[in-house]
Design a protein around this ligand. Sequence first.
Ligand code: SF4
Ligand code: SF4
Length: 117
Amino acid sequence: MAYGLLIDYELCSGCQSCEVACKMEKNLPVGKWGIRVHDDGPWQMDDSKNSGRAFNWNKIPVPTDLCDLCVERTSRGREPVCVHHCLANVMRFGTVDELARLMDGSMKQVLFVPSNQ
Ligand code: SF4
Ligand code: SF4
């Protein structure tokens, strides 16, 4: 069964707690990360095309190739450490089927499924 993370980055504040928590949990060296929070913007929108938003500015958490979905924790029934430490509830862990059912059609949702599981 395939597992993944449902990431709703509309809610992401860019606090980077997930980055730090993952790095500590996985004991990753300097320069290596299990998840990165990417900063997209700010840049001004085209007034003729936007939906009332003046600026594009997104914080987008993206797991890296080192993400194993915290298999040591999840195999013991615990949630991934990035999910646990995100106060904004940006990420959910589950099976791909469960997470796909949770996708509600709103913008800015991403379903991440690592290849190394
Ligand atoms: S996903 Fe959560 S913990 Fe990570 S930067 Fe966004 S708000 Fe912070
Ligand atoms: S699931 Fe675990 S390994 Fe993957 S990004 Fe989150 S904390 Fe890091």
